[in-house]
Design a protein. Structure first.
Ligand code: FES
Ligand code: FES
Lengths: 133, 133
DNA sequence: TTATACCTGACTAAAATAGTAAGAATAGGG
DNA sequence: CCCTATTCTTACTATTTTAGTCAGGTATAA
């Protein structure tokens, strides 16, 4: 049940952007600062933009910035975007066998508890921390 | 952040054993009932036994039974055993960069919330459910 | 002594992850 | 208008993890 490297990079990028959220920062700069692979990060940023979490500026001096204020973006939203969902279940919410499925009822409880926790953490709550690895 | 098939099988096996927890049930029987691959299940059961969750009986009419009553085994213990840990973190608790690591602080909060949830669910709470898939 | 069932470790195929690489599109500055 | 910095998009590759198989060995009831 580990989180992917991809998600970790994405979270770190979002926190880094939250640190100076009024500036536009390029992928190159971001990748260097946080020592993440540049082209990999490129993909991740693209997904975050498509999901409406980032704004992008093309051309020279271009880059990315948060679409909303760090006090308005939850980590839950970030991770759900990167990971696809916060649910650990292997079958979708459309699974026909859902009713009374024991595994599912456990997995759904996990999801609810994760969601609750992560929807209470905003980017602004994390900007003071270091970003390791 | 999905749970592995292996873990799902293990959970289902534990719940099945909880259903009639006074009987010894063989892997063959268990695999058939819950339609799980027999030799794969064999490995899983072995791990659960080594972790002290199951008792095994060898020879004809042998099989497995829960070591403790269904009212005493939490799903948290089962999943932590199968999955290695309940933490979604990519680096261990010995990571030197832990202090002030933003990603880690988020991941640790997830772990605490999962642990809390799963330590409140006992096998006996799930025996009434069906076991799908 | 034989059949049944657990035990163990090595092996394999398939899927997911973690990247790379290459080029097209866009915009700012000279 | 051209050059360069940057995002955007897609396709590809290598590595790791997962999900399973297989081939034996070991204990025990009958
Ligand atoms: S198998 Fe899909 S909900 Fe249980
Ligand atoms: S990198 Fe290990 S705790 Fe952050």
């Amino acid at each position: 049940m580990r989180v992917s490297q991809r998600t970790e990079y994405g979270v770190r990028a979002m926190i880094a952007l939250a640190r100076d959220f009024d500036e536009v920062i390029s992928i190159k700069e971001l990748a260097e600062r946080e020592s993440m692979p540049e082209t990999f990060l490129e993909q991740i940023m693209s997904d975050l933009r498509k999901a409406g979490l980032l704004k992008s500026v093309r051309g020279p001096n271009g880059g990315f910035k948060l679409k909303d204020a760090p006090s308005e973006i939850t980590i839950g939203r970030v991770i759900a975007t990167l990971e696809g969902s916060l649910s650990p279940a292997r079958c979708g919410s459309d699974c026909s066998k859902q009713d009374g499925c024991s595994t599912r009822s456990v997995l759904d409880r996990i999801e609810r508890s994760i969601t609750e926790t992560l929807d209470g953490i905003y980017l602004k709550d994390l900007v003071g921390d270091l970003a390791h690895e």
